[in-house]
Design a protein around this ligand. Structure first.
Ligand code: NAD
Length: 290
């Protein structure tokens, strides 16, 4: 069996996988690969699959499978697995880190200090305690964010098209959630339904000065509409880990918009999560070989 590690995994993984056969990270060997391990960078589309005639198993270390052509893989008899449960805490901690960093002006204060500027007056802080957090989606990651928000004294409300009840968030309609939230944190997959969920229309229903945190998917946001709202101040801040493409195009309007806080899609990239993902990858290949 040849295993191609196509994206970034824990450095211990190649050694752990050697018991199953040959392991390589040389992408030019895709034609001989029986198993391909991907995260978000590699796109297993029709062309990729056509170039991999031996491929039997694709493992996506992470949650979303939007970088795999699932229908075509099925047609070709290729089994596709992801590791959905592993990343919840890692992503939730990043979402919360972004949500704390915004009202505390961590980046602005730091950058000022590094330049010898004392921005005490410019860094007027506000607290999370007593604020309302609106979650879009109440799945695994959002539930971890909700627990952290509750510990900070926030009121947690949520909209999820497919979940009516939750122990940790007050469920309500999308419009009600939008109108009540001081902070909105996005945790839905990218699907035709969630494309442009944040748009001119939904932004108009939000509180003035709302803060939006996105560790879900970049394409759930209409970039032009969001930038307009950032420029007008309707949306006070947009903190995002996710993009239209990885990395974003040089002319991505978010990159130059005011009041943003940006990270390079690192939600799932904690050391601990990569180890957890590695354990699950080993289990999947072990079971596949049985
Ligand atoms: P999950 O499946 O546990 O939760 C997703 C929730 O979204 C579900 O409860 C589902 O009912 C809800 N949902 C689906 N479609 C909806 C719609 N149209 N409207 C409202 N709600 C809808 O998934 P999760 O593990 O919590 O992950 C959520 C998302 O986070 C992933 O799909 C992925 O896009 C993103 N993610 C990002 C990173 C990162 O590095 N930033 C890492 C992992 C996952």
């Amino acid at each position: 069996m040849k295993i191609l590690i196509s994206d970034a995994f824990d450095p211990s993984l190649p050694d752990r996988l050697k018991t199953f056969g040959q392991v390589t990270d040389d992408k030019s060997q895709v034609a001989e690969a029986d198993v391909v391990l991907i995260r978000s960078k590699t796109k297993v589309n029709k062309e990729y699959i056509d170039n991999a005639p031996n491929l039997k198993l694709v493992i996506r270390g992470g949650v979303g499978l939007d970088n795999v052509d699932l229908e075509y893989a099925k047609e070709k008899g290729i089994v596709v697995h992801n590791t959905p449960a592993a990343s919840s805490v890692a992503v939730a901690e990043l979402a919360f880190a972004l949500m704390i960093a915004v009202p505390n002006h961590i980046v602005k204060g730091h950058n000022g200090m590094a330049k010898g500027e004392w921005l005490k007056k410019e860094c007027k802080r506000t607290e999370l305690m007593g604020k309302t957090l609106g979650l879009i989606g109440i799945g695994r990651i959002a539930s971890e964010v909700a627990k952290r928000a509750a510990a900070f004294g926030m009121k947690v409300i949520a909209f999820d098209k497919y979940v009516e009840k939750s122990d940790i968030a007050e469920m309500m309609s999308f419009d009600d959630m939008l109108s009540k939230a001081d902070y909105i944190s996005m945790h839905v997959p990218f699907t035709p339904e969630t494309k442009d969920l944040i748009s001119k229309e939904s932004i108009a229903k939000m509180k003035d000065g709302v803060v939006i945190v996105n560790t879900g998917r970049g394409k759930c946001v209409n970039e032009a509409d969001l930038v307009e709202a950032l420029n007008s101040g309707k949306v006070a801040n947009y903190a995002t880990d996710v993009w239209f493409s990885d990395p974003p195009a040089a002319d991505c309007p978010i990159l130059t918009a005011p009041n943003t806080l940006m990270t390079p899609h690192i939600g799932a990239s904690s050391k601990e999560n990569l180890l957890r993902i590695g354990d699950i990858v080993v289990d999947i290949i072990t079971n596949f070989n049985k």
